[in-house]
Ligand binder design. Structure first.
Ligand SMILES: [Zn+2]
Length: 174
């Protein structure tokens, strides 16, 4: 009697090396924009999840993240799989280059890693109809902070460059 032990699985697609193997599980989907990042760890509200490293300056693109009034970067890591949510689990602080758990609830292992895209993006390269599933918290069409009211933006932690542009917009209305 012989037993066959398969120790390696042959896949037709080569998955890239995870950038955050202890922190982030990436679920890849062949459906465009359906891939996502999930947390492998639990962490308290407001805590530092990881520093954002290995970025490169970039033009505005659907994968880029805005870091200042006129600056954008590519993340070049699995952090790029963090999707938008109107009820996000983390904040991307592009000033301190930190990913932190949101201030009002703890992160649990298995949670999707999501952030509120208008907290970094003033005007997005590719606007979309949100399907985050957060019920009445969902803002519908997401195209950046520019087209969201100051009241709505007030529900979220915002990067300094976005807060600054919102303040200017308000000042311009007076
Ligand atoms: Zn939403």
């Amino acid at each position: 009697m012989t037993t066959t032990t398969t120790t390696t699985t042959t896949t037709t697609t080569q998955e890239p090396t995870p950038s955050h193997p202890t922190l982030i599980q990436v679920n890849r989907s062949p459906i465009p924009f359906a891939s996502g990042a999930y947390s492998l760890v639990s962490a308290p509200a407001g805590s530092l999840l990881c520093k954002i490293t290995g970025t490169t300056p970039s033009k505005k693109a659907y994968t880029s993240v805005q870091t200042g009034r006129d600056s954008h970067i590519e993340l070049n890591s699995d952090l790029v799989y963090c999707n938008h949510s109107c009820d996000p689990t983390v904040n991307f602080d592009m000033d301190k280059m930190e990913v932190r758990v949101v201030d009002d609830r703890d992160l649990k292992a298995g949670d999707p890693l999501t952030f509120f895209y208008p907290s970094t993006e003033w005007e997005m390269d590719q606007p979309f109809e949100c399907t985050c599933g957060s019920g009445e918290k969902c803002k519908g069409r997401i195209d950046g902070a520019k087209n969201l009211s100051t009241e709505v933006l007030g529900e979220y932690w915002l990067n300094p460059h976005i807060a600054e542009m919102v303040a200017e917009r308000e000042a311009g209305r007076k």
